[in-house]
Design a protein around this ligand. Structure first.
Ligand code: RB5
Length: 157
């Protein structure tokens, strides 16, 4: 499946450094997304989890978010059952804007309007094909700035 999609879903930007993390509910999607992006020449660092055993999403969302805050990665991908636990954790970090996506259009809008640096994928509620398409849309979309910059500048507290 990933082999087929690679011909139609292309991240247009040159090599990007991507951080990815999941809990047990998102591990199979994480494995597929790593394979997909690596084959397109992107550098992907896996923050875990690395087994199917039940685990706590916050253990992975915090270190991944810190890596992005330090400037080590351009974007992050966080995957759990609903994505909510991952995103709630990531958004505690001042340097993070983590957005939930459940279709391709929203995956683009969280970049264009919210300058999201992390996409959250709800693995139990979207198929893998859609998850891959959302990652591509997210990575291919630029922040629009302007009125959206004014708004995101007011987020930190
Ligand atoms: C795990 O069962 C589930 O709670 C987790 O993946 C996520 O949905 C939490 O927000």
């Amino acid at each position: 499946m990933v082999e087929n999609k690679i011909f139609t879903l292309i991240v247009k930007k040159i090599t990007m450094k991507i951080a990815i993390g999941s809990d047990h509910a998102g591990i199979s999607y994480k494995t597929s997304i790593i394979e997909f992006l690596t084959k397109q020449g992107h550098e992907v660092e896996n923050f875990g989890t690395n087994s199917d055993a039940s685990c706590d999403y916050s253990d992975f969302a915090h270190p991944l978010s810190e890596g992005i805050e330090k400037g080590n990665f351009e974007f992050g991908i966080l995957i759990c059952g609903t994505a909510n636990g991952m995103l709630m954790t990531a958004n505690k970090h001042q340097g993070i804007r983590a957005g939930l996506a459940w279709n391709e259009e929203i995956a683009g809008i969280i970049r264009a309007h919210n300058d999201a640096n992390i996409i959250g994928i709800p693995a139990r509620f979207v198929g893998l094909d859609l998850a891959l398409a959302m990652v591509v849309k997210f990575m291919n979309t630029d922040f629009e700035g302007g009125r959206h910059k004014t708004r995101i500048d007011k987020i930190p507290c």
